[in-house]
Design a protein around this ligand. Structure first.
Ligand code: AMP
Ligand code: MG
Length: 401
């Protein structure tokens, strides 16, 4: 048995980068940036009005009301490109360039246009620079505004668009093949006969792998037939970057996953982790393809996928954040680890009125209790042999959402 942290290190060491591809900006949400994003212009690109109103010289409106001659109009997209002189004002809109000669903008609410006279009365004085965002005040051309390895969220899209990234270099998506083992399994569309259950692991792994940026191919159910397992695995390895199986890695008479891996020439890096749930997790390589043999129990699948396979998927994409985000929480109940394994206990994490993050361990019936797990949004980490009391602080991982 190896510690969880060691297993994660081994996964990282064995994972290589997939490289990048150029993708239209409309399709990059959730992808990992494959290049630094550089500003190709100042931001704002010109002195920009922040209010609708009048561009003026502050000195002209020190005593109010002050009457100024309206000499032009500067609209967003159609500026007034002349020199504004003393005693003059230019009607201006939010987002429009401030004319030369003006040093401030008075908002329209504090002005009154005199009918037909081409004159405006400024009702309150302004300070120099008022309601103007100076050219390059936000960003200077040439600055790095986003970095390779960041996940592109919706908040980052405006930055990509504003600096002309119609096409964006992003990490290629890892191709994952998932394969459930177990002669008791039938697909979700079927009614289980005697002694059968529906496969859920393939769909769970597919969901989490997609959240980690992968494309996923679900392989047909192959039972516990070693030859059939091998045949499907070998075919899938031709097409994918990573193979993830579930089940068949324990000590049962029909646990053939490792046999199939070995007969396909796998190099196995670990096959037992000091982890609960998820002890019999297998990690190896066949050729240069990564293989994960996850345990069969649905909660073990969720935990081991997110600790190990997800880390590999993030690393393949050169993501800056490769492991689940960690938060410190206050425990709502006593919790206990198994004596020789770190426990990752499914929990509901929620923020209290006072700002503390509370971790409520789920009442659960063990690693097969996927119905309780459906409400989990985090995992409480309890080190091997340890225990925490209600009110203690404990580290938790946030599950992907
Ligand atoms: P195993 O490690 O193959 O003995 O599986 C452990 C437990 O997980 C058994 O109760 C299996 O029936 C269950 N199990 C295995 N694979 C799946 C699956 N794909 N979907 C749901 N349950 C599964
Ligand atoms: Mg099985």
């Amino acid at each position: 048995m190896i510690p969880v942290a060691d297993a994660i290190q081994i996964v990282l060491q064995q994972t290589s980068l997939l490289g990048t591809e150029s993708v239209p900006i409309g399709e990059v949400l959730g992808r990992i940036l494959g290049e630094d994003v550089i500003a190709d212009s100042d931001l704002p690109p010109f002195d920009r009005a922040q209010m609708d109103g009048y561009a003026v010289r502050a000195a002209d409106v020190e005593t109010t009301p002050a009457r100024l001659r309206i000499v032009g109009e500067s609209a967003a997209g159609a500026g007034w490109h002349h020199e504004m002189k003393a005693g003059e004002a230019v009607r201006i809109m939010t987002g429009a360039p401030v004319p030369q000669g003006a040093d401030s903008v008075q908002q329209v609410e504090l002005t009154r246009e005199l009918n037909g006279a081409g004159t405006v009365e400024i009702l309150e004085s302004v300070q120099i620079g008022r309601s103007i965002v100076r050219r390059a005040a936000e960003i200077k051309a040439g600055e790095t505004v986003l970095r390779a390895g960041e996940e592109i969220n919706a908040q980052a899209i405006a930055t990509l668009a504003s600096f002309g990234y119609a096409q964006v270099q992003v990490a290629r998506r890892p191709r994952v093949a998932v394969m459930a083992t177990g002669s008791e399994l039938v697909d979700v569309g079927r009614t289980p006969a005697r002694d059968q259950i529906r496969d859920s692991n393939n769909y769970t792994i597919e969901a989490y792998a997609k959240l980690a940026g992968a494309t996923v191919e679900r392989l047909p159910l192959a039972g516990d037939d070693t030859e059939l397992l091998k045949k499907q695995m070998a075919a899938a390895l031709e097409r994918c970057d990573m193979l993830i199986t579930s089940g068949g890695v324990s000590m049962g008479v029909y646990d053939f996953t490792k046999t199939a891996f070995r007969e396909l020439g796998a190099e196995i890096f670990f096959e037992r982790v000091a982890l609960r749930p998820g002890k019999p997790t297998v990690f190896g390589k066949i050729g240069d393809k990564l293989i994960f043999g996850l345990p069969g129990n649905p909660v073990s699948v969720a935990v081991t996928f997110n600790l190990f396979a997800r880390t590999a998927l993030c690393a393949m994409q050169a993501a800056t954040e490769k492991t689940l985000p960690e938060v410190t929480t206050v425990l709502a109940q006593n919790v206990k680890a198994s004596p020789d394994r770190d426990s990752y206990l499914p929990a509901v994490l929620r923020t209290e009125q006072d700002g503390r993050m509370l971790a409520e361990p789920l009442k659960w019936g063990g690693s097969s209790d996927f119905v309780s797990f459906a409400r989990a949004n985090g995992l409480i980490i309890v080190p091997a042999g340890g225990a925490f009391a209600a009110g203690d602080r404990a580290k938790c991982l946030r599950l992907p959402a």
